[in-house]
Design a protein. Structure first.
Length: 107
C-alpha cells in the first residue's frame, strides 16, 4: 500500500458513516471500519452481510445499487428496515465509479 492509499484508507476508516465499495456483481470489495463494525465483510455479497437487508434485496426495485449499475447515475434513497422489534430509517446513496466513461463499480 503506497502513502496515498494509506492516507485515503485512514480518512475513510475514521468517518462515522458506513462506506463500502461493491463490484458489479454486488460483492463487497472494500469496507471502511464503520462498515466492518456493523458486520459488512469484504468478499461477501452486500445482501449476505446483514440479515436485515434480505427483505430489501427480495424486492430488487428498491436496490439503488442495481439502479446505478443499470443507469450509471448516482441515486439516494431512504429505506425502512426492521431491526428486531424496531424499525430504522437509513439514507443510502450509491455512486458509480467511472473510468473513461466505463462503469467500473459502485459504492
Amino acid at each position: 500500500m503506497d502513502k496515498g492509499e494509506f492516507f485515503l484508507k485512514k480518512i475513510l476508516d475514521n468517518l462515522p458513516d458506513i462506506i463500502f465499495l461493491l463490484s458489479r456483481d454486488f460483492t463487497v470489495i472494500y469496507a471502511n471500519q464503520k462498515a466492518k463494525d456493523e458486520g459488512f465483510c469484504e468478499g461477501k455479497k452486500c445482501y449476505d452481510n446483514r440479515r436485515e437487508y434480505h427483505n430489501i434485496c427480495e424486492n430488487i426495485s428498491q436496490c439503488i445499487v442495481k439502479e446505478v449499475i443499470d443507469s450509471g447515475k448516482c441515486f439516494t434513497n431512504e429505506l425502512k428496515i426492521p431491526f428486531g422489534k424496531e424499525t430504522k430509517y437509513i439514507q443510502v446513496t450509491s455512486t458509480p465509479i467511472v473510468s473513461k466513461k466505463k462503469l467500473l463499480t459502485t459504492y
